[in-house]
Design a binder for this molecule. Sequence first.
Ligand SMILES: NC(=O)c1ccc[n+]([C@@H]2O[C@H](COP(=O)([O-])OP(=O)(O)OC[C@H]3O[C@@H](n4cnc5c(N)ncnc54)[C@H](OP(=O)(O)O)[C@@H]3O)[C@@H](O)[C@H]2O)c1
Length: 211
Amino acid sequence: MLEKRSLAIKPANTTYEEAAGLVDGPTTSLFFLRAKAHIQSGDKVLVIGASGSIGISAVQLAKYFGAEVIGVCSTANLKFVKSQGADKVIDYTKDDFTKNGETYDIIFDTVGKNSFSCCKSSLKKNGRYLLTIGNMLTNYVLMLWTSVIGSKKFIYGMSIEKTEALIFLKELIEVRKIKPIIDKDYPLEQIAEAHRYVEKGHKKGNVVITV
Ligand SMILES: NC(=O)c1ccc[n+]([C@@H]2O[C@H](COP(=O)([O-])OP(=O)(O)OC[C@H]3O[C@@H](n4cnc5c(N)ncnc54)[C@H](OP(=O)(O)O)[C@@H]3O)[C@@H](O)[C@H]2O)c1
């Protein structure tokens, strides 16, 4: 049974808490950027929700793949997102990236705060809009539709098989190309408080529970 699960040895240079933080956000951003969007060196990539779990690892990974990275986050997280490799940051409380005339090869909406229709004019020809959340049926219909009609693609999916991704991320961490980001670490007894914190929607990177 166990051999069919996603399993990998923890990176040598992380704590168990940091390693736990790799399992969801970083594997998901790798899945979307590499397997779904086929990110290439030189791509211009906009990451919405750049300070969250999927977002901050998307910033780190897109940079690793040689992209130009622009992060969208709030004022409080501008420095943090830049420190993780973003070439530019856009403060969503002050500026609307859909109105600045810039276009991107990939727009990665990690938190579902935008939509394909409002981002379409910010995509280059053959650009890809990646969405991690939302109504599954609607998303699959839109993905099918844009796979046939038009040059700009809407991409959705579920990152499930993770073993190869975990091994890939472990190796990048061990050579210090990316690093795990832990916002808070709660003991098991405070799991309700941890949930309340996560549900506010403003965590930086990952929240872990120590058992
Ligand atoms: N499809 C899949 O396979 C898959 C896998 C895993 C997770 N998911 C889903 O992906 C979603 C994201 O997960 P996550 O753990 O990465 O989220 P998260 O860490 O909880 O996201 C929090 C971040 O979102 C930012 N944010 C909030 N409002 C924003 C806005 N209007 N514009 C830009 N950024 C904003 C916050 O930044 P500020 O504090 O600066 O506002 C915060 O840093 C979840 O809904 C999760 O269920 C999907």
